[in-house]
Design a protein. Structure first.
Length: 152
């Protein structure tokens, strides 16, 4: 399974569509800050599962602040990150991931792409697709999570 992970699009729908076109993912996850940009993805990528959470720049939004989902047998926690203070430290978010027994914790907000493994848990930030043009592809194959950071 191939998952496109994006965050912080801030109205740059062109970048979202470009990443989706390049990657042709099975699932698209948007980690907030202009989650409404997913409407463009839904119109251009019918039939794909597209899920989002709201960020600090989303205002009133039908999207939840956090989602827990299972894809290809892996439990994934997705959040924007601002409610966990990720600009200071990811420690609180890491604790939440361990408490949820998550295989992967996905967050944005900082606009800084990066990932690390904490035991069996993956912590992944795709950066900002809207400003820096960064995103992540998360592949789940043979029960393994493989992250890859990319740039438009």
């Amino acid at each position: 399974m191939k998952i496109l992970v994006v965050s912080d699009s801030h109205g740059n729908k062109k970048a979202l569509l470009e990443a989706a076109g390049r990657e042709t993912p099975d699932v698209i996850l948007h980690l907030g800050d202009y989650a409404r940009d997913c409407l463009a993805l839904r119109l251009r990528c019918p039939g794909r599962q597209i899920l989002a959470v709201r960020g600090n720049c989303d205002g009133p939004s039908p999207e939840p602040a956090q989602r827990e989902l299972t894809l290809a047998g892996k439990k994934i926690l997705m959040t924007h990150g601002h409610l966990y203070g990720v600009k200071r430290s990811t420690e609180t978010l890491e604790d939440e991931g361990f408490a949820q027994d998550a295989d992967a914790v996905l967050y944005g907000h900082t606009h800084v792409a990066g990932w690390k493994r904490l035991g069996n848990m993956l912590l992944l930030n795709p950066g900002s697709i809207g400003f820096e043009g960064t995103y992540a592809v998360l592949t789940i194959e043979d029960g393994q999570l493989r992250p890859e950071l990319k740039h438009l």
